[in-house]
Design a protein around this ligand. Sequence first.
Ligand SMILES: Cc1cc2nc3c(=O)[nH]c(=O)nc-3n(C[C@H](O)[C@H](O)[C@H](O)COP(=O)(O)OP(=O)(O)OC[C@H]3O[C@@H](n4cnc5c(N)ncnc54)[C@H](O)[C@@H]3O)c2cc1C
Length: 649
Amino acid sequence: MNTMNTVPKEPEIKPPADEQSPLIDTSKMSAGQRAALELTEAARDAAGERGSFGQGLFMGRFDLTALRPFPEQSPEDRDQGDAFLQRLEDFLRERVDPDEIDRTGEIPQPVIDELGAMGAFGIKISPNYGGLGLSQTNYCRAAMLLGGYCGNLTALISAHQSIGVPQPLILFGTEEQKRKYLPRFAQGEISAFALTEPDVGSDPATMQTHAEPAPDGNSFVLNGEKLWCTNGTKAGVIVVMARTPPKLANGKSKNQITAFIVEMDSPGVEVVRRCRFMGLKALYNAVVRFTDVRVPRENILLAEGKGLRVALSTLNTGRLTLPAACAGLSKRCLEIVNRWAKERVQWGAPIGKHAAIADKIARMNANTFAMEAMTLYTASLVDKDKKADIRLEAAMCKLWGSETAWEIVNDTMQIRGGRGYETAQSLKERGEEPVQVERFLRDSRINTIFEGSSEIMRLFIAREALDPHLKVAARALNSQLPLGERLKAGFRAAVFYAGWYPRQWLPALTPASPGRAPSRVVRRHLRYAARTSRKLARRLFHAMAVYGPKLERQQVLLGRFVDIGTELFAITATCARAETLLARGENREQLLALVDYFCRSARLRIERRFAGLRHNTDKPGYQLAQSALAGKLDWIREGTVRGKPNRSQ
Ligand SMILES: Cc1cc2nc3c(=O)[nH]c(=O)nc-3n(C[C@H](O)[C@H](O)[C@H](O)COP(=O)(O)OP(=O)(O)OC[C@H]3O[C@@H](n4cnc5c(N)ncnc54)[C@H](O)[C@@H]3O)c2cc1C
């Protein structure tokens, strides 16, 4: 039942006349900061005008119609997914020992072969190219199944088809490229994605790997070294990001990054070493070196100079796999904890009866439900439209999902006590059930670091959230622009904000009423989300007014805005999903208790962040950190072994 009021259209945010002029004032930045920013700005998909739900949240435009009714899989889509998921589950249970994989650091080749034979390396590839042709939602369900079972297999499958060659090929490949490569993946060939270098972590502007056009004009010559390339030791084909000769644009030399499909058996490609980590012991992660590797021009993805765009767009959808896997892991943790908290008796009662443990269990259950709701919603957007603008939603799912799942695994370890810290093998040898919490903790720590670290996700979300404001106001404040252009921009901004700002105070004029939601609880929380979206928009605007272009540098402050927006997304997805489940006749009392608990907790987190906008220690904290980095606090470290080289060196 959709009882939502119709959403009136926001006045259009007109793009400025001069599309080429920069939105962000880079004049006061260091050369390195400017290069990084200009490169990522140029690669941004300027699709913001399509106005996703996530972006609306930061503008006080709470468009509940985007989530209501909560998207459900069609029966055909679900059946297709179920058939594959059943095969995958049977296979995992009968043929895969994740603890053995962890212990040996190897995935048995027959396991990889059988996964290939069942189509697990071509889940989203169209049947026209021999793939399973499953939807994004079914792919996420597969990631969920894997994520709760074996992190190493999740990484193998996800690095291949979430960020490896199939994903950018599906998005940007030419028909020839698709015909050449997709059938190979559908039959089980593995691929990888190579962006990172020793100096390129979150900042691609410092990329050293380069490709020069060969004299024949038909190919490029690739040189350089890539770090931490997951699947690098197993892949037959990889996507490599490389610098190509700069182009002149508006009289300025512009750095170019190009994405190449590279066959790993090409002369000059060398897997230098396999890297080993704290967790994911069977990750086939490599340093890959390229020495004068010839890459045909037709292996360029999208176009010369569009590599970063390929990488960013690939990651937009690709990083949705991670929260799905996190939801699977969290569900597995719930299973472990729900049993243990009933079985384990201490101080005369099962530990689940002690309030400190019960508090964690409630949070874990509620957060897992929310994580799944956010992920399923965002996956459904891709299923509706392969080119849907899910940048913000996917990034929010990744940020919130990976941080929350880490908290859930950590709490699971706490609840399991000493047994949580003991390895599954040791538990087994002592005659106890080999519950793998220690492995889960090691394997999941990386989730907040790769595919966009939490810090970078917050910056990314903040950039997208601020985009409508930047379009309206940034040119007025940009000291790099001529005065005339700034004055014109200032006038445009004044007209826009004269209409927009009052609407953020007057609920009656905004499109945010949740109407007659099927439950009072849901209605109350949706109203809160609508109201708070406007408060978020106002506060963001105030921060812009106070800091001007310098707001971009207030990372901790911006992080609070991002976290508030993300919690609002979580509340809305949770409520919308609950409505659909209620309509389906699910247990009303339990469901509403879960939703109510989640929303109340999220509201407390939101209110804490709002309070932090005004009262915080950001400035003295920053200064203190700089003092520490300048060596002025070295005395704190007295009493430790200092300056000793690591003996393993
Ligand atoms: C197990 C594993 C698998 C991987 N698989 C792949 C792969 O398949 N392909 C691939 O290309 N890469 C891969 N990576 C690389 C991974 O994506 C990077 O580790 C990640 O992008 C972060 O880069 P970095 O480690 O160099 O950290 P850095 O970029 O050096 O960052 C260090 C810290 O500083 C923070 N930071 C950086 N810049 C800023 C900023 N501007 N503002 C605030 N904070 C900032 C970061 O969030 C982080 O906390 C993998 C890494 C690992 C460990």
